[in-house]
Design a protein around this ligand. Structure first.
Ligand SMILES: Cc1cc2nc3c(=O)[nH]c(=O)nc-3n(C[C@H](O)[C@H](O)[C@H](O)COP(=O)(O)O)c2cc1C
Length: 488
């Protein structure tokens, strides 16, 4: 055996520096002036920000139209909306449908932007509320607190041009909905909201999952994106995934976009706006609360919820049962015999500012709110932070890319020098040795050969890394030229 033969695998052939094109990527060519739009079916929002539906009565026509007017998606929460009507206890669930219709019409009068309705699958008048949304031809329905699997009037929704967006807390739930829709309706939803455990209101997690990093939004978002990807290919349309729960700043928005989101849904930040439909005392409890005041409660809906601790909640958790007057069994899971209070009534009282007889739902970041601002100011702030984070991110990417190219150059040089100076002369010496029957240079030769092979694999890894960065930058540039074309 001739150990002095250099294997052909020691040569860098295909992925030579000279064979790969490494563009310069001039970041000054990018116009950073806008956030990407959010397209859900034929609805295109100027800003990729959905104001999450917030019941009872926290997001009505006032907040929804203000958000829609600024280019976001404004959402009216439908659950127990009939409580706005003082005769609710007489007219029961009909009051919900009547009040929802009224609020949708009001919002549409106040805005020509995108208006959605949020309906909880867990309510007993889910179907009736969905029919109002269809009849009023709202742009989008967001379906949360349960999985919209059965009895969805898909044909009527399509005919009315109402887009459907389920709210899920796991890739498993997203998969279940998409598979079931495909089978039953030969159709799939238009987008998905994935809500992580930092959200306000009811949470789609078990209590022990809430602080478990395996269930963090950062973890579940890419999993949902992966599930939806397959259906995008099959249906040849984009199905945006919208991240929710704990999104507080424009920097957060940028972070979740990097993880595959095309939009965000935010609740807590919109509560602390002048336009939010709740009483000022509700909003002020956000400004006043500390991190320790925010707690997880067991809700009669059968899911945990996040709220700001107050006397009412302390009484409930210490076993007190409130006087309970049930208008009608509005929640599928609520048992009047065992429930300690009526959650719809408690939330409605809080909406009206009566915090002695109710409590305030809030996201885990509510303690960071220190002032109440306008929707316009909030959206402006979020955009500025997002653009700044994105510009910084692109700058970081570009300098990483430059460093990667520099490393490639020096590795290649080292490789070629070692090859030229070391190995060839050693190989000749070694071959002469073998002819003479001695082995003086063999060990040395093999060591150099090892070094060359390790340089080669390091080089190929560096090529992969530079290639990855190149593709990221190329994607960014493509996105921008597309964006600029779309937006000019
Ligand atoms: C006061 C309040 C009420 C809410 N009510 C509802 C609701 O009725 N239906 C729903 O699907 N989500 C509800 N949510 C969740 C929001 O729509 C949103 O997804 C969530 O708040 C996002 O998390 P963030 O608050 O950290 O931004 C509520 C949230 C809050 C803070």
């Amino acid at each position: 055996m001739n150990n002095c033969k250099m294997s052909s695998s020691s040569k860098i052939r295909k992925r030579d520096l000279s064979e790969i094109e490494w563009p310069r990527f001039d970041l000054s060519k990018i116009q950073w002036s806008r956030m990407p739009k959010l397209r859900i079916g034929d609805s295109v929002a100027k800003l990729p920000i959905v104001q999450g539906g917030m019941g009872v009565g926290i997001s009505l026509s006032g907040l929804a139209s203000a958000v829609a007017n600024e280019g976001g998606i404004g959402v009216i929460a439908a659950n127990a909306i009939g409580m706005l009507d003082p005769d609710y206890y007489a007219s029961h669930k009909d009051a919900n449908a009547i009040a929802l219709r009224k609020e949708v019409r009001k919002a549409k009068e106040m805005s020509s932007g995108i208006i959605g309705v949020n309906i909880m699958v867990a309510v007993n008048d889910f179907y009736a509320l969905l029919m109002v949304a269809i009849e009023e031809k709202v742009d989008i329905v967001f379906l949360g607190a349960g999985l919209p699997l059965k009895g969805i009037p898909v044909e009527a929704l399509r005919t009315a041009g109402v887009k459907v967006v389920p709210i899920v807390s796991s890739a498993r739930a997203a998969g279940l909905i998409f598979r079931s829709w495909l089978k039953k309706y030969e159709d799939v939803p238009d987008a998905v909201v994935v809500e992580g455990p930092k959200a306000g209101g009811h949470l789609g997690f078990k209590e022990d999952q809430i602080d478990d990093p395996d269930f963090a939004l950062e973890r579940i978002l890419p999993e949902v994106v992966a599930v939806v990807k397959g259906y995008e290919k099959k249906f040849r349309r984009t199905i945006p995934v919208i991240a929710a729960g704990g999104v507080f700043t424009g920097t957060d928005i940028y972070k979740f976009f990097k993880l595959g989101a095309s939009g965000v849904q935010m609740g807590t930040r919109f509560v602390a706006t002048h336009e939010c439909d709740a009483n000022i005392r509700f909003k002020e409890s956000y400004v006043a609360c500390s991190e320790d005041d925010i707690e997880i409660i067991k809700s009669p809906v059968g899911m945990p919820g996040r709220a700001i601790r107050n006397g009412f909640l302390t009484d409930i958790s210490s076993g007190k049962k409130m006087k309970l007057k049930c208008a009608w069994k509005c929640l599928k899971s609520c048992d009047i015999k065992t429930a300690r209070y009526c959650i719809s009534l408690a939330l409605d009282n809080a909406r009206k500012g009566n915090l002695k007889k109710g409590f305030v739902f809030a996201g885990s970041n509510a303690f960071r709110i220190n002032t109440i601002i306008s929707v316009k100011e909030l959206l402006q702030e979020l955009q500025e932070q997002y653009l700044c984070a994105r510009e910084k991110g692109a700058g970081r990417l570009r300098s990483e890319y430059e460093k990667a190219l520099e490393k490639l150059r020096s590795l290649k040089e080292e490789y070629l020098t070692t090859l030229k100076n070391g190995v060839n002369s050693l190989k000749n010496q070694c071959e002469r040795d073998i002819e003479k029957g001695v082995i003086t240079f063999r060990e040395e030769y093999l060591t150099v050969l090892d070094k060359i092979n390790s340089l080669k694999s390091e080089y190929l890894k560096a090529v992969d890394n530079a290639d990855f960065l190149k593709n990221e930058l190329a994607r960014l540039f493509e996105q921008y030229s597309l964006l600029n074309r779309l937006q000019t």
